[in-house]
Design a protein around this ligand. Structure first.
Ligand code: BGC
Length: 784
């Protein structure tokens, strides 16, 4: 009986316990992202879950690495998993934790358009092409953030409609040297232009409710040995140039994420620098999103997490193990790991994947192509136009188009900056669309030659396991050229150049036109000029090139950059005068490469295989150098088919009191409608530290002005704009003294000036004394 009773009691106890577990389970469900606070979700995460979230979902094995040296190696295929099937061809994914309602984010390149696979296995009915927009260097040449923001809006719509959460763009690194293979992805030699353009692109993209990743933070200004090279840069050059670009963009647009760079900065991988990622980015600039590594960047996952580099991409299982072990052995604190997890969860909460956005896979590519074409026309630059060679005269009906790039026009550079677009309108096609008769024999010769040579180069490359080299220029025979000069009304020569991540451009063969190219230009020019016909050269390039020895042969030169998929149509819009060229250089063309202030210190030492590069030129990059040291550049402007006056400069007060407002009146004094850019430079007193002769502090572009029409442009300058970084005090200081504000069409075409005074020194901001070079920098131009 008692046994029975006992038995019954035990049964009751078991039942009670079971039901209380059930009750417990019902009242205390597992926290869910979005329903619970982030802190509650983190408290419910296991160590393994936390470490998995901060490491991308890549599955590659640990690569062989030299101690302390990043390999940057990403084993193919970088992504295997659920989300890879979601958006094939995307660059990476974060790890989903379904138990806690945490979805995987999809991350995709790149700066000129969404980069995903255009075709999918088992899906023959639909394609997934994306719009190729103009490259960054062209967008900066518009000098019009509203155009760039418009590109961003269309671009971001494609990001969202293709099921992507974060776009791995824009790239905002400074054009320190023209040979950088990735300059096309970046904007300018000037941090204000770069920062404003990046902010505009980010604001446009993110207005769609998707994120961006501004990159590559920081000082990734070359591709040679990009995974290991140590960039040695003074604190002043960092603050005034290489951080300022990021700072402007980040504070004016709040990108969801920042991507750290591959290189070392003053001795340490950027991804492992707490002072860069936490002190400067988060503490000083108040960045609120998360930081991810570049793909395979940095060396130690633990050091990266400790620095505040929240996400490691594309991620490897061994990195998760390393992090878990580091927490277990106290070399990574749980507090830091939790903070990094929180940074990522905050962004996941805003993402389309979290909101289960029903993406269409059908963005309006036709509408976006028009955005791309219009933006392209706004950033093309007319470098030369003698005797009204352009716009093409009404008498011209037939055109002989020379140059491989007339038929295979380059929309954008290679690597992750490339886009899988449905088409590229060639220069020849664009002109044909505009109603010209293009020489059909030339078209056949070029297309046959390029197709055949491409096949051959590919076969050779396959056998040798390397990338195929560029197709050499077809050299037309003298009699062909003479015959075309007889039969066509005008010659057009397109010079093409391409480059991309992984290597810098070759000085002899990429930066400089080959002897064959130069001879060809001369022959065409001699032959056409002998018959009184014009020669127009179109530069279809991603970065600055050498212009010597051949530019005089052209009647007109249009710098079309790499203008996206609508290339030929946009180029025709300018050549025909349908659109007035209004682009201006945002990066200087030197007379010769040796004039570039970093020429002697690029890509670093030891020569051939550099492990470090010293930025001896300090702040003297681009026009800061050319204007101060009176080195004449080849080009620094952009012409138009009309003329503008810039007059009536007025400043709010001759004594600075916190904010200076300047206005100028721009008038179209020519015969066709056009837009003009006004650039505002300031010369500051140099009693305390050396300063450039003048620095760009503001810029603006008019609307389309009809002949005779005027517009007033307004610029605002505050104390921070006038300040220089004084390394001794680790502070931004606006010195007392006399300043000159200069307004003009370029740094060398100043039309109006106004003097003003700062009565008392203003310490605008004190920064942390961080990022110090470990070695003394031998100053080349007092610029450090
Ligand atoms: C590039 C990044 C890119 C990433 C993912 C890296 O090689 O440097 O700019 O976003 O790959 O494709």
């Amino acid at each position: 009986m008692s046994l029975c009773k006992n038995y019954a009691t035990s049964i009751m106890l078991v039942m009670l316990t079971a039901s209380s577990i059930t009750v417990k389970a019902q009242t205390k469900p597992v926290p869910q992202l979005g329903k619970n606070t982030i802190q509650e979700v983190i408290a419910a995460m296991t160590l393994q879950e936390k470490c998995s979230l901060v490491v991308g979902s890549g599955k590659a094995p640990r690569p062989k690495m030299k101690a302390g040296v990043s390999s940057g190696y990403v084993a193919p295929p970088p992504m295997i998993g659920k989300t890879e099937r979601k958006v094939p061809g995307a660059a990476g994914n974060t790890t989903a934790i379904p138990r806690l309602g945490i979805p995987s984010l999809v991350l995709s390149d790149g700066p000129a358009g969404v980069r995903i696979d255009p075709h999918r296995k088992g899906d023959s009915t639909h394609t997934y092409f994306a719009t190729a927009f103009p490259v960054g260097t062209l967008l900066a040449s518009t000098w019009d953030p509203s155009v760039v923001e418009g590109v961003g809006r269309a671009f971001g719509n494609e990001v969202k409609e293709y099921g992507i959460d974060i776009l791995l763009a824009p790239g905002v690194n400074i054009h320190r040297n023209p040979l950088n293979g990735r300059n096309f992805e970046y904007y300018s030699e000037d941090p204000l232009v770069a920062g404003k353009m990046a902010a505009a692109l980010i604001n446009g993209v993110q207005s769609n409710g998707v994120g961006t990743s501004i990159k590559h933070f920081d000082a990734n200004n070359q591709e040679t040995n990009r995974n290991s090279v140590n960039a040695i840069i003074s604190q002043r050059a960092l603050r005034e140039l290489y951080l300022k670009n990021f700072r402007i963009a980040i504070t004016e647009s709040q990108p969801w994420t920042v991507m750290s760079s591959y290189n070392k900065l003053n001795g340490t991988y950027t991804a492992e620098r707490h002072d860069l990622i936490t002190t400067v980015l988060r503490d000083e600039w108040k960045f609120k999103g998360f930081v991810m590594t570049d793909w395979g960047g940095g060396y130690s996952a633990v050091a990266e997490e400790r620095a505040g580099n929240d996400l490691i991409m594309p991620g490897r299982p061994d990195q998760i193990e390393d992090l878990m072990s580091a927490v277990q052995h106290d070399s990574l604190s749980m507090k830091v790991l939790d903070e990094n997890v929180a940074h990522i969860l905050n962004i996941i909460l805003k993402s389309p994947s979290f909101k289960k956005y029903a993406y269409s896979d059908k963005p309006d590519l036709k509408a976006h192509a028009m955005v791309s074409r219009k933006a392209a026309t706004e950033g093309m630059i007319l470098l030369k136009n003698e005797d009204h060679a352009l716009p093409i005269s009404k008498n011209i009906k037939s055109i002989a188009a020379f140059g491989n790039a007339s038929y295979f026009t380059i929309a954008g550079g290679t690597g992750s900056g490339d886009v899988n677009k449905a088409y590229v309108i060639s220069v020849a096609k664009g002109l044909a669309n505009a109603g010209y008769t293009l020489d059909a024999n030339l078209e056949t010769s070029y297309t046959t030659f390029i197709n055949d040579t491409t096949q051959k180069l590919r076969a050779i490359a396959r056998a040798a396991h390397h990338w195929p080299g560029p197709v050499p220029e077809l050299i037309a025979a003298d009699e062909t050229i003479n015959q075309k000069a007889d039969n066509s009304d005008m010659a057009l020569i397109t010079i093409g150049r391409n480059a991309g991540e992984g290597s810098d451009r070759n000085l002899e063969t990429n930066y400089t036109l080959t002897p064959n190219e130069q001879q060809q230009i001369k022959k065409i020019a001699d032959s056409f000029h002998a018959k009184g016909k014009k020669v127009v050269i179109v530069l279809n390039i991603g970065g600055v090139i050498d212009m010597n020895g051949w530019k005089d042969n052209a009647d007109a030169i249009l710098l079309a950059w790499q203008p996206g998929e609508e290339a030929g149509n946009a180029i025709a819009d300018i050549l025909t005068g349908k659109v007035d060229p209004s682009g201006k250089l945002a990066t200087t063309f030197p007379v010769k490469y040796e004039d570039v202030p970093s020429a002697k210190n690029f890509p670093g030492l030891p020569a051939g295989n550099p492990d470090h590069v010293v930025y001896r030129e300090g702040i003297y990059v681009g026009y800061r150098y050319y204007d101060t040291y009176k080195v004449k550049p080849m080009y620094e402007f952009g012409l138009s088919y009309t003329n503008f006056s810039i007059n009536n400069l007025k400043i709010s007060s001759p004594v600075f009191s916190g904010l200076l407002t300047a206005t100028v009146t721009v008038k179209n004094t020519g015969k066709v409608a056009g837009k003009e850019v006004v650039q505002v430079y300031i010369s500051a007193p140099t009693k305390t530290i050396d300063k450039p002769a003048q620095e760009l502090k503001a810029f603006g572009k008019t609307r389309l002005l009809q002949p005779g029409e005027s517009q007033i442009l307004t610029f605002k300058i505050n104390a921070a704009d006038l300040a220089s970084f004084h390394t001794d005090a680790s502070s931004w200081i606006t010195d007392a003294g006399n300043y000159v504000l200069k307004a003009g069409a370029s740094s060398r075409d100043i039309r109006q000036t106004a003097d003003f005074k700062v009565s008392k020194t203003i310490v605008v901001e004190k920064d942390h004394n961080v990022l110090k070079p470990e070695v003394a920098i031998e100053d080349e131009y007092k610029g450090n």
